[in-house]
Design a protein around this ligand. Structure first.
Ligand SMILES: [Zn+2]
Length: 495
């Protein structure tokens, strides 16, 4: 978000829609800090040479393309933030190791399969000790670069070294930093551990970093919105939804390139088979989802007519897999309509989503973590499209491994086809899906969800991944979500 690459991609998207004969535009809703990623070279140069596996995190300042040699420093456990501030002079000119390390970078599944029972117990004890590392600063290191990074900026450190490995060999998350002066890098689990142990054992490791990153200040940010105008019911809307931004540790292929092309291809199909729909069909390609659904929240605020006119939102944001679950977003009326629609799609799709002809359950509302939340919070109808995992959570989600080769095109063709059919049926449905009053829903949703959970034999209502799949907790939300105001400039988000 805020990068020139995003704007270039949005211009491409508008051009592509235009080639389909579909009207599309980039709609500005605010500004965000702009940034350009350049190269990252990170080497261990003492006590021996080794090129390390890592890169700058998002929005990190660089070193101006020059070599900076500096020694890593470990943080103790602090009694309180005064204690931390007293320690800071020691960190001047050093690379602060800011993450908790792990003794083993092997996945938990390997330990469970192969180890002596006492080995697991020993590993767990070590990890509990590591977990106290750097506690008590009074600052947070959210996603690798919260307020701690800004405080370390002021203290004149050389940079921050972070690490967010997944429970899978060779896979790490690359997020962002709020430091604006010194760089923040992310190292792999293995190399972070190596540097940590060398520092801990007084081997005086030294790193040479050469990083290029440009902070561009506040830049205009946009959603890309494509529209097939409606006819008799033009004031009612079917909204295809998929965020267009990605973390940039790799290409963002499955988060959310795959959701993006699902909606793009569904629109191409719809333009051919339903050029004059009854209801207006809109595709929303949001930016700022990764910063907290910023673009979709802004759209819902800027277009209250669309929110009140919604017949259905179809959102896809959990990877490349074929859609295996469709959720009714907590609305009884949504469940009824979804039952009718699914009874009309070809058998192969019914089987794929587990539709047996029985009435669909309302499930739970989208509770945040993807853009359907920005509409379900108003009580509007949303239909989550939950994909088969293809190891989305453990391998590709926000990692340096979310690359083109992970895309499974046959699954995406299926998804675009099913999405187009559901949008067609929603658009041409003679009756309207009834929204819910979110305030009264907030009071009744808990018993509603409990009864659904009981009927499902105790599994959480809504089902994991019905709305999304990405990395945050299982099950549906327990309360009807409240709308949050979109931050329109970066500063409104930085706390
Ligand atoms: Zn996503």
């Amino acid at each position: 978000m805020g990068t020139p690459n995003t704007k270039a991609a949005q211009d491409w998207l508008v051009k592509t829609y235009t080639s389909f004969g579909v009207t599309a535009k980039n709609e500005q809703y605010g500004t965000w800090r702009g940034w350009v990623r350049g190269h990252s070279h990170i080497d261990l140069i003492a006590p021996r040479q080794r090129t390390l596996e890592g890169q700058m995190v998002g929005y990190s300042p660089g070193t101006g393309g020059k070599n900076v040699d500096a020694e890593p420093i470990l943080m103790p456990q602090f009694a309180d933030s005064n204690d931390f501030v007293k320690w800071l002079p020691q960190a001047k000119g050093k690379l602060v190791m800011a993450s908790v390390t792990k003794e083993s970078c092997r996945p938990n599944s390997e330990w469970l399969t192969f180890s002596y029972p006492q080995s697991i117990a020993r590993r767990d004890t070590a990890n509990r000790q590591f977990a106290t590392y750097g506690r008590g600063t009074g600052y947070n290191l959210a996603l690798g670069g919260g307020s701690l990074s800004q405080r370390l900026d002021k203290a004149g450190v050389a940079g921050l070294i972070t690490s967010r490995p997944k429970d899978e060999i060779g896979t790490m998350e690359i997020f962002e930093t709020y430091s604006t002066v010194v760089p923040t890098i992310a190292l792999s689990c293995e190399d972070y551990g190596l540097v940590y142990r060398l520092a801990q054992n007084n081997q005086h490791p030294k790193l040479r970093i050469n990083l290029d990153g440009k902070l561009l200040g506040e830049q205009p940010v946009f959603n890309t919105v494509a529209t097939i105008p409606g006819g008799a019911k033009a004031g009612e809307y079917v909204l295809l939804s998929a965020h267009f931004d990605s973390w940039d540790g790799s290409s963002g292929a499955t988060d959310n390139g795959t959701g993006t092309i699902t909606m793009l291809e569904a629109m191409r199909i719809l333009k051919q088979v339903l050029p004059h729909p009854q209801r207006t069909i809109v595709a929303g390609h949001w930016t700022g989802e990764e910063e907290g659904e910023v673009g979709s929240k802004a759209f819902s605020e800027d277009h209250p007519d669309v929110v009140t006119g919604l017949q259905g939102v179809f959102n896809q944001d959990n990877g490349t897999g074929r859609i295996a679950r469709v959720g009714a977003g907590g609305l009884p009326s949504g469940a009824q309509h979804l039952t009718e629609w699914l009874s009309k799609v070809p058998n192969v799709f019914q089987q794929q989503v587990g539709f047996t002809g029985q009435p669909m359950q309302p499930g739970g509302p989208a509770g945040g973590g993807s853009d359907d939340y920005s509409f379900s919070c108003y009580g509007a109808p949303t239909f989550g499209l939950g994909a088969l995992s293809w190891d989305y959570n453990s391998v590709t989600w926000h990692t340096e491994r979310d690359t083109y080769d992970k895309v499974v095109f046959d699954d995406l063709k299926s998804n675009a086809t099913l999405t187009a059919m559901l949008a067609y049926l929603a658009s041409e449905d003679p009756s309207r899906v009834t929204s819910i009053d979110p305030d009264s829903a907030r009071r009744v949703v808990q018993p509603l969800l409990d009864s659904i959970a009981a009927a499902n034999g105790g599994t959480p209502a809504g089902g994991r991944g019905a709305g999304r799949g990405g990395g945050r907790g299982g099950g549906g939300p327990r309360l009807w979500p409240k709308c949050e105001k979109a931050p329109r400039v970066t500063l409104q988000r930085l706390r």
